[in-house]
Design a protein around this ligand. Structure first.
Ligand SMILES: Cc1cc2nc3c(=O)[nH]c(=O)nc-3n(C[C@H](O)[C@H](O)[C@H](O)COP(=O)(O)OP(=O)(O)OC[C@H]3O[C@@H](n4cnc5c(N)ncnc54)[C@H](O)[C@@H]3O)c2cc1C
Length: 309
């Protein structure tokens, strides 16, 4: 395991253009507003810097972790060892490829990609408009809502190996299933994705996006920090309904609790720790299992402290 000071010195000298922050609080970068410090947090500004950063990390036997918008990550209270790479302001840009296809860089928000598509009179991304993450995070999670999923529209993904080699993956190789993709089993960085859409009137598309946003606002606790739905939808039903039936609406541990407004959400009520959230997730899963025989699995990515030094 490499000494942190040596890693830090090597990175700073080999990557003079990349902003590096030491002991950067992850609570500043996650929608849960939870998480201790990342030993080193890197903020590459473009693809070239990202590639170089990965090559330097590989040469130092360091495996970075990736953060998009941080809207589906529970970061540990003690922080994370090694390097966390923030992609949100790095891989930028959306382009029209032909009449029905757009390419979105991984750091673009889903909202921006959906608005771009709407502006081109292309339908298919309306479901993604209200999902508060990046395209990279959306592909990684195969994010979905209101009957749509990334895998419905994604035709190819461009990605990078940890040594900086870039490649393109056809959708059939992306291993998409419910809230799952092959990227969850690899150390690849998603760089961009191509989406296949359908021509439709911009007015109709925008109306649909507004309607879905209205539904979100009326049903979800958007005034409190969270990571969206805490649990995956079980085959047998809906997590929120099962949690409600188990009498867990408003159930709390420390500063974390099941939302009063939407029982599928675990929210930070003000001073929640990651340990509080993990306890809520565990107890809710156990109590739902006792009452229904159905085991709920977390959807949120729970990071461990062990980094990649
Ligand atoms: C209020 C709220 C509502 C939500 N509603 C929905 C919803 O309707 N549907 C839904 O599916 N989700 C929803 N979510 C969850 C979340 O927004 C999605 O999972 C989103 O796709 C995560 O994107 P992100 O950029 O924030 O990823 P992050 O949270 O930053 O990362 C998630 C995982 O993806 C990995 N990752 C991120 N970018 C890359 C990349 N470029 N390459 C490789 N790995 C990467 C990270 O390492 C991490 O493991 C909601 C969250 C909130 C807070």
């Amino acid at each position: 395991m490499m000494n942190l000071t040596i890693l830090q010195q090597n990175m700073a000298s080999q990557l003079p253009d990349v902003e590096l922050r030491m002991e950067e609080p992850l609570e500043k970068h996650t929608s849960f507003r939870i998480g201790g410090p990342a030993e080193i947090m890197a903020f590459p500004k473009n693809r070239r810097e990202l590639q170089k950063l990965y090559q330097v990390c590989a040469s130092l036997a360091c495996k970075p972790r990736l953060l998009g918008a941080g809207t589906n990550v529970l970061a540990p209270d003690a922080g994370v060892r090694g390097v966390v790479v923030c992609l949100k302001d790095c891989l930028d840009g959306v382009e029209l490829l032909d009449e029905t296809h757009i390419r979105c860089m991984a750091g673009v928000t889903m909202a921006r990609a959906a608005v771009f598509a709407a502006g081109q009179g292309l339908s298919g991304m309306e479901f993604a408009h209200g999902i508060p993450g990046t395209v990279g995070g959306g592909v990684y999670m195969n994010a979905g809502a209101y009957g749509g999923e990334i895998c419905d529209i994604c035709t190819e993904v461009e990605a990078m190996e940890p040594d900086g080699t870039c490649f393109t993956l056809d959708r059939t190789k992306a291993g998409f299933s419910y809230r799952h993709s092959v990227f969850q089993q690899r150390d690849w960085v998603i760089l961009s994705a191509v989406f296949a859409l359908e021509p439709r009137s911009e007015l109709e598309i925008r109306a649909r996006m507004q309607e879905l946003l209205r539904r979100r606002k009326s049903s979800q606790p958007l005034d409190l920090p969270s990571a969206g739905s805490a649990f995956k939808r079980p085959v047998e039903g809906y997590a929120a309904a099962l949690i409600d039936q188990a009498g867990l609406r408003g159930f709390t541990v420390g500063g974390a609790g099941v939302s009063q407004k939407h029982t599928g959400f675990v929210v930070n009520l003000g001073d929640a720790t990651a340990a509080d959230v993990r306890q809520v997730l565990r107890q809710v899963s156990d109590r739902v299992y006792t009452s229904s025989g159905i085991r709920l699995e977390p959807e949120v990515r729970i990071w461990s402290e062990e980094g990649a030094l």
